[in-house]
Every structure is written in C-alpha cells, then in structure tokens.
Design a binder for this molecule. Structure first.
Ligand SMILES: Cc1ncc(COP(=O)(O)O)c(C=O)c1O
Length: 410
C-alpha cells in the first residue's frame, strides 16, 4: 500500500484510531496497568493544546526560560571552504541548557503541574534530556528522577554533573547495553508502579503515542521560528532548500521539519553509522531494519532473526538507540524524508572542521548532520540552500573529543 501524508493535518495527528501512522507505525503497545494513565494524559493533552491560556503560558516560558528564538546564522567560512551550496545553521544549542531537549522538558513540567503531579521521571542518553528535565523540574518545583545507562553516565560526565547539581536523583541502569534503550525501559517500568503520583517525560519522539505527540509538538517551536527567519533572510522559502538533521529517537528532526511539511524543502535525516570498521551501528532506517515493537510502539528497529532487540554502537550517546520514532518511519515510507548515515569518524571530522571555521561547536549528534552537509554541499551550486540543525553543544563531549582528536577547546 502506498502511504500518503494528509496535507491538512499536523504530522503528529496523521495516525488512525489505533494511533498508528500509515496503519503500521506507532500505536500503544502497553501493559494493562498503563492504559488509564496513558488515556488520562492523552485526554489532558488534547484539551491543553487547544487551550489559549495554556498556549500563552507555553509561549511565555519558551521566550523567557528556553530563550527562543534561537539564532539562525550563515556559515560563510564553511560555505567558502566547501564551495557549492550556501550553508546555514539553526543554532538550537543556544537554547537554555545547550540543546533542544529543553522544549520537551518544559512542556512536560507544565503538563505535570496541570495534572497535579509532584514527581517527574525521565530517561536520558546523551544526558541533555536528563539535564533539561532536572532544570525544568527545579524551576517548576517538581521532584525529579533520571534514568541513565551506566555506559552513558561514564561518557557524558558534564551532563551527569549538571543533573546532580539541579537536585535530581540519577538512577544508573546496569541492564542490557547500559545505554538509552535500557534507560527508557527502566523508566517506563518505574512509571508502571508509580503513575498515580508521578508524571513521565519520554526524552524523544518515541514510546506510546501520547509521548511522541507531546515531544514533537514541543520541538515544533524550532521550525515555527525558523520558517520566519528563512522568510526574512530570503524573502520567501527557497525552492531548493535542504533541511539536514541528525536522528536518534527523532525529536529534533521532527521539530526542525514540521513547519516546512507543505513546502518543497527536502528533509534529510542522518543516523549514526557507528565506528567505520564495525558491523554495529544505530541506523535502522538506513540499513533496512524490519518492523518490531520497542517501548510501546511499532517501528523499524535493529533486531536479530528472532526479533530480539539488536546491539548498537555509536560515538554519540544521543543517537545510540536501536529504534526510531514512528513519525520518521512514516516520513520514510511516504518518501517525504530521506535518511542516510554518517560514521563516527565522519562525525568527528565534521565537528573538527565546523568548530575550526565557525563560532559554533556542535555536539557529536549534530556533527553527524554536518557530516552529510559537508558531503553534499560541494556537489550543489550556490542557488541551493542547506540548513543544519545544530541542536546540541559539544561541551558534554569534551572527554570523548579530547581522547579521539587529541585536544578540545571551546
Ligand atoms: C544534542 C542532541 N541531539 C540529538 C539527539 C538525538 O535525539 P533526537 O533524535 O530525539 O533529537 C540527542 C539525544 O540525546 C541530543 O542530546
């Protein structure tokens, strides 16, 4: 069956009555005990997203707390160095806390307050989702617990310290691969037993449908403001425009593309290709993974012949996840977006080039997107425009960068 996007409907609302996108991605594959809390949250969010007072409140905090709009800048030196397309960056890493995860965290805390919950829990991989949730929880007076894989605790030290400084408890997850996939599983398990008192924030556009919706609705702010910034820069939306974003769970990409759905802009998602000489990666869409169920939703997922979730590897903790948002599975199958991957070494050299030539310092996740821009730009001419979402700051990766490249300066 050929999948189609309905033009008059927001991306998050393209699902059927079973919350499936294109009849095959997403849904709510959840234990019976979660049915009521998930239904309650679904109903509450449906009300809030239409509530003018709530929207005003959200916009107020986006402006005065998140710090929007974030800058939209031309990367002149990179453009000149590569020759070809004009390259721009949306510097979302300038948002409070240093990454896009602050949008989702802020909205979840506002919702938790409306639901009269005193406790909030969340997962994190790169540590930004955890750092932002701990920040927002502190601001809005909620007690916060963050689930993080033991491997990620070791490799994302600056964010771990920030989470602790914000007064949140970190639960070190030592099951499985000790990365994001296990952190999400443990967080959901905790929520099953504590959902009466506790609100759960899923850190990306994954999980049962309501979490995908809230997250993508929150990050959509990125493209809402980018749309105006692009119109202001070019007088209109350029016909030959490429919007390049890294994809882990998919929340930054969904937010970066949302307002451009009905334009001619090309959407390019960049997954983590893993180490150059390894069979392991975290790129289910690029490598033709089959559909499976992960964290309550059907999606393309890295798995073995028996359907067990497969191992992944990436230098970037934020992209090191075997699944991918049902929204991106849908965008891939409708051919509205295309997906590719960059390996660890390509991401590192992209980081090196961009931070040497420009006054931005992308973390290893958006460095994957820059790697694709660096490959593409020289093949295009100057009538083409590339915008990269520089969605995270490299400071969290300083140890890895120092180890791999010999030095780190900021
Ligand atoms: C800076 C940054 N970019 C990208 C990602 C990937 O997540 P998503 O695909 O949900 O944007 C993460 C995840 O932790 C992140 O911290």
């Amino acid at each position: 069956m050929k999948l189609k996007i309905r033009k008059n409907l927001a991306l998050i609302d393209q699902h059927d009555k079973n919350f499936m996108y294109g009849g095959k991605f997403g849904g709510n594959f959840i234990p019976e005990t979660l049915k009521k809390p998930v239904d309650d949250l679904t109903n509450l969010f449906a009300k809030l997203r239409k509530d003018k007072k709530f929207l005003k409140e959200r916009d107020h905090y986006f402006k005065t707390y998140v710090g929007t709009p974030t800058p939209f800048i031309k990367l002149d030196n990179l453009t000149d160095h590569l020759g070809g397309a004009q390259i721009y960056a949306k510097v979302v890493s300038e948002a409070n806390g240093g990454a896009h995860k602050i949008y989702n965290a802020t909205v979840h805390c506002l919702i938790a307050k409306k639901a009269k919950k005193k406790y909030i829990v969340g997962d994190t991989g790169a540590g930004y989702a955890g750092k932002m949730l701990s920040m927002a929880a502190k601001k809005f007076g909620l007690k916060c617990k963050i689930f993080m894989g033991a491997k990620d605790i070791k490799r994302q030290r600056p964010n771990v310290e920030a989470i602790k400084k914000n007064g949140a408890e970190i639960v070190s997850v030592t099951t499985g691969s000790q990365t994001l996939v296990d952190a999400v599983s443990e967080c959901m398990r905790y929520w099953v037993s504590n959902c009466d008192t506790t609100h759960m924030c899923v850190g990306s556009t994954v999980g049962p449908n309501i979490f995908i919706k809230i997250c993508a609705w929150s990050t959509a702010q990125i493209s809402r403001e980018l749309f105006s910034q692009v119109e202001e820069e070019f007088g209109k939306i350029p016909r030959k425009l490429k919007l390049i974003n890294c994809v882990g769970g998919g929340s930054s990409a969904a937010g970066f593309w949302n307002a451009f759905m009905n334009t001619t802009a090309e959407f390019i998602g960049v997954e983590a290709g893993g180490p150059k000489n390894s069979r392991l990666h975290a790129a289910p869409l690029t490598n033709g993974s089959k559909i499976g169920i992960l964290h309550g939703a059907a999606q393309y997922v890295i798995q073995d012949k028996e359907g067990q979730i497969g191992s992944t590897e990436s230098i970037s903790a934020g992209l090191d996840y075997p699944g991918i948002s049902p929204l991106h599975c849908f965008l891939k199958d409708t051919k509205r977006a295309r997906y590719t991957s960059a390996n660890d070494e390509e991401a590192l050299s992209a980081y090196k080039l961009v931070s040497r030539l420009e006054n931005i310092s992308p973390s290893l996740e958006p460095s994957h997107a820059f790697a694709e821009a660096i490959k593409l730009a020289p093949k295009l001419d100057s009538t083409e425009v590339i915008i990269v979402n520089s969605c995270g700051d490299s400071i969290k990766d300083k140890d890895i960068i120092k180890e791999r490249l010999g030095s780190y300066t900021r």
